[in-house]
Design a protein around this ligand. Structure first.
Ligand SMILES: NC(=O)c1ccc[n+]([C@@H]2O[C@H](COP(=O)([O-])OP(=O)(O)OC[C@H]3O[C@@H](n4cnc5c(N)ncnc54)[C@H](OP(=O)(O)O)[C@@H]3O)[C@@H](O)[C@H]2O)c1
Length: 299
């Protein structure tokens, strides 16, 4: 297949480019830094700086849309929220406009989203069967708008899958890159009361799930990309400390997290118990469903 990716240079995108190239697909990556694409995504990967470079004669069979400015790295000022919104919702709108004007339309759009779509669910389980969110925090509104803009491609006849991704465990970035140092120094511990749920997925399983959705012509709509075994924060942090052979004895109290992270603290103090019901119903098999084993291959 000829595949156009956005966010192909990121933590998930780079690994996905490698997996797709290994399957023989030909790739084109939209990037603000096109000169870095061949080094990050593969020598034979073509780069586009802007969607205006998607010429009417170009033919993509599939589009995978992962771009988005990092959510947790910086405080959520009004200006930062605009960047987070524009890099997801704005870019997806532009992508759908480009799809609409393409002579040869792709058959499928796999578009990013996150389990933040469900907001803070407390003790309730979140299945992907339900499409509506009543959560009103910024992350939930962002995911809902991001998904809605991707769904507009359905009107052009595309099969659209929404990738509601959990916390991705990978060796070279993301959640573990942030947690590894304090936990390695024995300075880690649960956050708040530690009862909040964390729904995670090892990156190899995320890649396998995306390849599965790319190939399954019957797949459409929202999919939870999470392992079938979500954990409470206290259990996750205990497992991480154990994997690093360190104690997890220094809890981070609510007020300290709110002081340090401001509005973003709810990402750490709230949580979602998300289950991958649709993937499991499709006979998808997780290779790394157990947290101890998933951490072992991710650290
Ligand atoms: N990793 C996770 O645990 C996780 C969990 C849930 C959801 N997600 C979502 O999945 C997507 C991919 O995640 P990731 O971890 O691979 O993200 P990442 O490493 O931060 O990469 C995101 C990509 O988005 C592009 N980007 C960054 N800022 C941008 C901006 N201001 N405007 C336009 N493009 C911008 C970058 O591409 P260029 O620099 O080449 O332009 C970058 O490669 C993200 O949208 C993320 O929100 C990730």
């Amino acid at each position: 297949m000829e595949i156009l990716l956005t966010g192909g240079t990121g933590l998930l995108g780079r690994a996905l480019c490698e997996a797709l190239r290994n399957q023989g697909h030909r790739l084109c990556v939209l990037s603000r830094h096109p000169h870095r694409v061949s080094a990050l995504c593969g020598e034979d990967v073509h780069a586009l700086r802007s969607l205006d470079e998607w010429l009417p004669t170009m033919h993509f069979d599939a589009v995978i849309n992962l771009a988005g400015a990092p959510l947790v790295d910086r405080p959520w000022s009004a200006a930062r929220k605009q960047v987070l919104w524009a890099s997801r919702v704005g870019l997806t709108e532009q992508l759908v406009t480009a799809i609409n004007r393409a002579e040869h339309k792709p058959a499928v759009l796999l578009s990013g989203s996150a389990i933040g779509y469900y907001g803070d669910c407390g003790e309730a389980s979140c299945s992907d069967a339900s499409d509506a969110t009543s959560a009103q925090d910024f992350g939930a509104r962002l995911c809902a708008a991001w998904e809605a803009s991707a769904r507009r491609a359905e009107a052009a006849g595309l099969r659209v899958c929404l990738l509601r991704t959990g916390l991705v465990l990978a060796r070279d970035g993301g959640l573990l890159a942030r947690m590894r140092l304090p936990f390695s120094l024995g300075l880690g511990g649960r956050m708040g009361d530690g009862r909040q749920w964390m729904s995670w997925i090892q990156r190899e399983d995320w890649l396998a799930a995306v390849l599965h959705l790319l190939q399954d012509d019957a797949a459409r709509g929202a999919y939870n990309l999470v392992s079938p075994q979500p954990l409470r924060n206290s259990d996750f942090t205990t497992a991480l400390a154990a994997a690093l052979h360190r104690p997890a004895i220094l809890p981070m109290p609510d007020f300290a997290l709110r002081l340090i992270f401001g509005e973003r603290a709810y990402l750490l103090l709230g949580g979602q118990r998300v289950l991958p019901d649709r993937l499991l119903a499709n006979q998808f098999t997780f290779r790394h469903a157990d947290i101890a084993e998933a951490l072992e291959v991710s650290l």
